[in-house]
Design a protein around this ligand. Structure first.
Ligand code: SAM
Length: 224
């Protein structure tokens, strides 16, 4: 199995049209790259038709974690993004099983989405177990990047935060190296309870193998 992508053997079915219309969107990379204005802005108003706190998960895979959050916070809105469609079909099944009305899954390259996120619209960004750096030349494919942090600094509301977890020491160091360039973001160590939330496949997987899980709660601080 690839280290960064979800298992190709995952058995899922494409959601029927009426379910897909409710829970699933696909924004093709080529079109998003060349014609970003053809896509809606990523905020609660345009995606859910209401003004509500919005949480975005980057690389949500089968949506285990974000569905747990959406169940616990029915008044807030949630968007799970993944570049691969198959795990998102499973995420949609999960949302249907749970009867969720406050979540959408979006198949898109997260790195092309940042430009569609307005300022100060997100209360939380989740980045748990993003793919690691495998080779140096893949550096521009990383989700841990200055581009992502620039988006977080701009799009999080003051007091909002980015939850970052990884089992990969190099990715953790990279995040720490990048952070000082963003004066409105402050990285705090993840609390023991944040590190112990085993609500995702990869969290359980790496913890079961005894890998050390590192995390940061990166807060968007208010202007002076
Ligand atoms: C290791 S999995 C982690 C999944 C989940 N967050 C968890 O904790 O179990 C990384 C996920 O990131 C997704 N991913 C990788 N690059 C991406 C990108 N550029 N945009 C969106 N998703 C991406 C992969 O498809 C995969 O589902």
């Amino acid at each position: 199995m690839g280290r960064g992508r979800y298992p190709a053997r995952l058995k899922v079915t494409v959601p029927p049209p009426e379910i897909a219309a409710r829970y699933y969107r696909s924004w093709p990379a080529h079109e998003l790259y060349h014609h970003p204005d053809r896509f809606p802005l990523l905020n609660a108003e345009s995606l859910f038709g209401r003004n509500a706190p919005l949480t975005l998960e980057l690389g949500c895979a089968t949506g285990e974690y974000i569905c747990t959050l959406a169940t616990a916070q029915p008044d807030a809105c949630f968007v799970g993004v993944d570049i691969v469609a198959k795990p998102l079909y499973r995420a949609v099944e999960r949302a249907v099983e749970l009867g969720l009305e406050n979540i959408i899954f979006l198949q898109a390259d997260a790195r092309l989405l940042y430009q569609r996120i307005p300022d100060c619209v997100l209360t939380t960004i989740i980045l748990h177990f993003p793919p690691p750096l495998l080779r140096n030349r893949q550096r521009n494919q990383l989700l841990v990047s200055a581009q992502m942090l620039g988006c977080a600094e701009r799009s999080l509301v003051p007091g909002g935060y980015l939850s970052f977890l990884t089992d990969h020491p190099d990715l953790f160091s990279l995040m720490q190296e990048l952070l000082p360039a963003f004066p409105r973001l402050r990285g705090l160590p993840a609390s023991p309870s944040e590190l112990a939330v085993f609500e995702s496949h990869y969290h359980r997987r790496w913890a079961a193998r005894g890998r050390e899980i590192r995390g940061l709660r990166i807060e968007r601080i208010a202007e002076e």
